[in-house]
Design a protein around this ligand. Sequence first.
Ligand code: NAG
Ligand code: NAG
Length: 359
Amino acid sequence: MKTFALFFILVVFVESKIHVFDAKVTTIPAQRGTRLYFLTNGNEADLKLFTVKAEKSHIDTNVYAYSVPRPDGSLNPLTITADDDTVVLTRPDGYTTPVSVYNDTFTENLNVFPVFEKSSLQFKAGKNVYFAVDQPNGKILTIQNLKIDRQSNGYLRAYSLPDKSEPEPYLFFDSEIKTDVSVFQQLDIPINQFSLDPVFDGVTYTVSFGDFTKTLQTSGLIMSPGFPTTLQPSDVSYSVKRNGDEQISIQLNPHFYSAVPYETNIIVHYGFGVEQGNSLSSQLAGKLVASGGINSVEVNSIGSYAIQYFSNSTATYSKGSTVPAGQGTTASVMTTTKSSHFIPIGLSMFTVVISLFIC
Ligand SMILES: *[C@@H]1O[C@H](CO)[C@@H](O)[C@H](O)[C@H]1NC(C)=O
Ligand SMILES: *[C@@H]1O[C@H](CO)[C@@H](O)[C@H](O)[C@H]1NC(C)=O
């Protein structure tokens, strides 16, 4: 059932360079230099029955030969070596194993990674593209322990892959938004595929399945499922860990889906029940900076969002955990409809500054 769900998603959001291998025979014209990457979590015996032929390039093989990652987790592509060739993919009768094909002809230093339930993929130099081929229950794609070494020219920009409703790659994370931050504990990426700009040095990270962020740490990314084109109402509260009654500051840099106008409320909850709502338009970009005794940040949207956050809290977290002990039971979805109001009392104790730029 899990694999069926993934298969369905890939069919619906078929990206221009992805071919879902669902018919009995699929015939695709291909040029010299085209590289085909086979994405599947099917088993060896089944995949050996799925054949791949390209006559002019003298290719007569099976999907299994190309679907097993190398030791670093990336796929070995099948490369077309003749002009005007035709690739013929044949699915054996009665086999429903989902197989899709990603192709590329032009990108140099391309690494394509299938992400399995147990994957733990390290940075590899080049342009990296990731596909969830498993769908472990409740888990999402994540980038963990991202470290940027700017002295080695490190940076990271992440994009959703194009689909029918958004034909261009859509930026959702840019390490250069705040250049004095070099460690990000976790980026939540609840989408099935994403790409990272070519990077050759100065970056380390792990891509794997993980849990949604519930508590903001010092820096990271929170994202609504299906960003950017899945627009749906959501109301999620992220707790913030502080040491005692420490005063902290939090910076939020949202990315919205600017092709569609909608509002997102970011409500900062302080101690003593004080809260402040801020309504942001999807067609404006900018940042929100709040400081004071912040307990949680609530994001209430009717569209989609990816928000980079930065906090100066000195509270520490157990390694590898996004939910500190005692915080895991905090309700992550709230039903309050309160938003956009302002309590002036005690204003000197907290401040919120929003800077907006037209996209
Ligand atoms: C490669 O992708 C293009 C779209 O970018 C598609 O038209 C073509 O059929 C694909 N070729 C193969 C061999 O998958
Ligand atoms: C974090 O920022 C707040 C607000 O600007 C400030 O009062 C606090 O001292 C800062 N904490 C640290 C550890 O720098």
